[in-house]
Design a protein around this ligand. Sequence first.
Ligand code: MRU
Length: 381
Amino acid sequence: MLQAIKYSQGHLEILDQLQLPFVENYVPIHSAEDGWHAIKDMKVRGAPAIAIVAMLALASELHSMGTKGKVPKTAEETRTYIAKQLEYLVTSRPTAVNLSDAARKLGSVVEARANQPGADGHDVVAAFIQAAEAMMVKDLDDNQRIGRNGAEWIMDNATRPGASNVAVLTHCNTGSLATSGYGTALGVIRSLASKNSLRHAYCTETRPYNQGSRLTAFELVHDNIPATLITDSMAAALLADPSVGVNAIVVGADRVAANGDTANKIGTYALAVLAKHHSVKFLVAAPLTTIDLATKSGKDIVIEQRAASEVTSIKGPREGDERVVLDTVRIAAPGISVWNPAFDITPSALIDGVITEVGVIEKGADGQFDMDRLFKVSAPA
Ligand code: MRU
């Protein structure tokens, strides 16, 4: 299986996604600062992956402080240091809630350990490292469950009469490269393929950053899944084509608000509008950690704005060079101004279901999602 994150205690490496699909290069992450830059620069991206890398980056830093005898003596000093580093890590990217959620949860673990009688700095560090490692293991398990739940829902609710397989369109990259492994929306596609229920997968290019053509296409080819790449502007024509017969669009999420409004990669909203027009099921696949009950609706979600250069330039390998050298080529007219929101909000009215590790959340008779009820049933940590 493709691995975006390689970790053993004290050693963290990430696959540099800026160089994919041309070069597979792992870079070491020694500290919270290394982790912050890798996330900000998008060497690693995808909501679950950035949360995991941030926490493991700090775990690696703390491990190395331990081996160098640099852990503060008292539990309280260590707790304060960890809290400061968590606060810093959270500033790397604002939209995905997984990162702040992980920081809050691990901050609580550390606080609880620090408050235990007799605890010293090393105890607090050990508690943090253990919780960060557990996060990575749980994410993989959650993704496999999301894959199964989503595949089952689609086969039950989105197949055409007499058909035994489906065609699915996805957006951005939500696979092994965006998580600890397997993926969310791409995990659903993987699960359908493993059951021989997938007729074909379609992935969008996902401009401007091309997570679809660079990363999702790379994963689909790697796994031998029957798949075709389209540009974002081809989605309407694809859905209108009866010979293609797309059954469902499945996307990931960076933050799902309490009412079901969903922040995800720019272009997701457009696909949801198209799905409604063509009566195609539109599904969001995400772990419970992406559902943010503290955010009432999409209006309250901060959308990250990124550099103009992502829109005005593209990056690719230099022709005819034996070594792979990536060049940046300007494609837009010099002087033009640029708007580059990294995400958009899909209103819950356009979403048929949210696929999670504990099941698929559907709307009630009132046409509203009740996320709160789901959390009460599943009581996540
Ligand atoms: O800007 P990115 O590449 O981090 O955006 C990624 C997405 O929007 C994904 O769909 C989302 O994070 C879910 S990844 C399982």
